[in-house]
Design a protein around this ligand. Structure first.
Ligand code: SPV
Ligand code: MN
Length: 619
């Protein structure tokens, strides 16, 4: 018996197909050793990471790591979906023929793990026992211990997850090779990074990063890209970049479940960890099920849509996370949670972390503080120490915390229900300055699906695009699309249309501003008020006001108890600027025309909206 076989035996990895996969890739990337890991290895691996200098200690049994300076975020330009079927090419999925791109990545990976350990991470992207378990198992091979420690928090990790498969060879095969980060020419024309999901082979090959979705293959590559492909290939489910929450009404004893998509930086994690406003705390509770991914399916027993979060942890943006924006997150990353912080600022004397927005001002005493690059703040010229200007931040804008679901204070007891929770409402929300009202309900499935497909967030100077121009992000899946958008829209119509009690759809916007640029709505906890209106609307307890763009709350239908908001502001929040909408309709026409095979009911919904807006304007 050779050393690889022995390592697999020691790690309890009995699955023959997995063993063959590991042997094949070990022969190719040439690691010095192979090691199977499980969640039980966490403490030992943390100790090794501390000893190796990959982690620095944070008080309360938490840890800190810096990434390579040019490896700080998911790269959309270097991410590709490959298949053998050209019909899978979409507008957003960067489709490549599998036989063309596979050899390119394989060449980059050849011998690239020399001298390192190849960690074998068997994992499950689902609560154990789910009806979708045929699509949930995977094996990630990685040459990074830090990646292993993140995966242990973000997914259910252990060889046992491969022992229960109905078809033992049906698991996602993921290969992650870090590569020589200092010589990959990131962001240039000669960029050597490749993040490829070969979706029709269920094979994920990621080369050239050890950050977030580039390297934790269970999360985005499997949980979203591969899963959405599997969902349509099997006809069994949808996989979406959605948060998932429960709202309990203690008066009726009922808990209702909502899920929904928001483009990045639109507050999904804050929404899912929401604390009800003080005036509501006695009556309502909000429960967290997930902040980034939901798999949706129709339950054969009652015909309703059920959803679960396939993840096991939270990989949250640190920036602006504080007691007011997200009190539950502050607890979830607190002492005793074994949280991993990446690319925040770090104090090597006090073993503390800080990020922009954690407190209004950075720590007053600069002693021991280093920025995310590892440079001492005290070593900067005084005017750059606390300017907050771009480039002077202490933490990277995409710095993150990684913590287990179990540490989230408002975690729902249903989070690991294998079937998921029944969905009452699906919401979409972007960051829109002056067109989208606080909330508008959509009463037909095609109208709701159309609304999701036309979701977007306004570009800022920081992101690509012209200031204020909408960057469309269908269902918030733009970076995670795995097949053509027309077919994707049809899948949505089929799945939701096949439900016995379809959820109600709504569009929300917490980011409306007045002419002077001030936010009209306080957001955060107060967002619960809009969601409660939606549930009342679904139950027929309120009727709302019909407008060309959907049903809006009447002023008196929103529960504003404990919130001081003047009448003029409220009117603005619940108003529809039809002239802005007319421009939006034209821009949607252009956007939707890019997609081939968009189903007729989607175009019909678009024309209905266009006509209603026109009629409203001439009324
Ligand atoms: C996102 O970018 O939407 C994430 C983080 O959830 S990452 O896993 O890096 O993709
Ligand atoms: Mn995400």
């Amino acid at each position: 018996m050779d050393t690889i076989d022995r390592a697999l035996d020691v790690g309890g990895l009995r699955n023959d197909a997995a063993r063959a996969f590991i042997r094949q890739w070990a022969a190719h990337t040439q690691p010095a050793a192979v090691e199977v890991v499980s969640a039980a290895d966490d403490a030992r691996l943390v100790a090794e990471a501390l000893a190796a200098g990959e982690f620095a200690p944070v008080t309360g049994g938490r840890y800190y790591a810096r990434s390579y300076v040019k490896d700080t975020a998911r790269s959309e330009e270097r991410t590709f979906v490959a298949t053998s079927n050209p019909a899978d090419r979409g507008v957003y999925n960067n489709w490549l023929p599998a036989d063309e791109v596979k050899p390119v990545v394989e060449r980059l990976m050849a011998g690239a793990s020399r001298g390192k350990t190849m960690y074998v991470i068997p994992y499950l992207m689902a609560p154990p026992g789910t009806p979708l378990d045929a699509w949930a198992a995977g094996v990630e091979l990685t040459d990074s211990r830090v990646v292993v420690l993140h995966m242990i928090r973000m997914a259910r990790v252990g060889a046992e997850h491969l022992d229960r498969l109905a078809d033992p060879s049906h698991f996602v095969r993921g290969v992650h090779v870090t590569g020589d980060l200092e010589n990959l020419e990131q962001g240039t024309a000669a960029d050597k990074r490749y993040f490829v999901t070969v979706a029709d082979e269920r094979l994920i090959l990621h080369f050239g990063s050890s950050y977030g979705g580039n390297a934790l293959l269970g999360k985005i590559a499997h949980g979203l890209r591969q899963a959405s492909y599997d969902g349509q290939a099997s006809g069994r489910f949808l996989a979406e970049q959605f948060m998932l929450i429960g709202i309990e009404d203690r008066q009726t004893g009922r808990t209702r479940y909502l899920c929904g998509g928001f483009p990045s930086a639109s507050g999904k994690t804050n929404l899912a960890m929401m604390v009800p406003p003080p005036a509501f705390a006695g009556r309502y509770a909000v429960y967290f099920l997930g902040d980034d991914i939901a798999w949706l399916h129709v339950d054969p027993d009652d015909g309703r849509i059920y959803a679960f979060n396939p993840e096991f942890g939270v990989f949250g943006v640190a920036k602006d996370t504080n007691e007011r924006s997200n009190a539950n997150a502050i607890v979830a990353v607190g002492p005793g949670t074994a949280t991993l912080f990446t690319n925040t600022a770090y104090n090597e004397q006090t073993r503390d972390v800080w990020w922009e927005g954690r407190t209004p001002e950075p720590p007053a005493d600069l002693a021991g503080w280093r920025d995310w690059r590892g440079e001492p703040i005290g070593g900067r010229p005084p005017e750059r120490q606390r300017s907050g200007a771009a480039g002077d931040e202490w933490s990277h804008p995409n710095s993150r915390f990684t913590t287990a679901l179990a540490s989230v204070p408002n975690l729902s007891p249903e989070f690991d229900n294998p079937k998921g929770v029944p969905i009452d409402a699906i919401i979409f929300g972007g960051r829109v300055r002056d067109r989208e009202p606080l909330i508008r309900a959509l009463t037909s499935i095609p109208d709701g699906v159309y609304d999701g497909l036309t979701l977007g967030a306004e570009a800022t100077f920081a992101a690509e695009g012209k200031e204020g121009v909408l960057r469309y992000d269908p269902m918030s899946m733009r970076p995670f699309m795995s097949y053509a958008e027309g077919r994707y829209a049809q899948r949505w119509l089929d799945v939701i249309g096949g439900a016995s009690q379809p959820p109600v759809f709504a569009h929300v916007n917490w980011f409306q501003r007045d002419a002077r640029g001030r936010y009209l709505w306080p957001g955060y906890s107060e967002n619960l008020r809009a969601l409660l209106w939606l549930l009342d609307f679904r139950d027929g307890l309120v009727r709302g006001r019909e407008t060309p763009v959907g049903v809006l709350p009447r002023r008196e239908e929103l529960n504003l108890q404990g919130l001081s908001l003047d009448g003029a502001t409220l009117d603005l929040l619940l108003s529809v600027d039809l002239e802005r909408w007319e421009r939006e309709v034209r821009s949607r026409e252009e956007y939707l025309s890019q997609f081939t095979g968009l189903p007729a009911p989607i175009w019909d919904a678009h024309r209905r909206l266009a006509q209603a807006v026109r009629r409203g304007l001439s009324a």
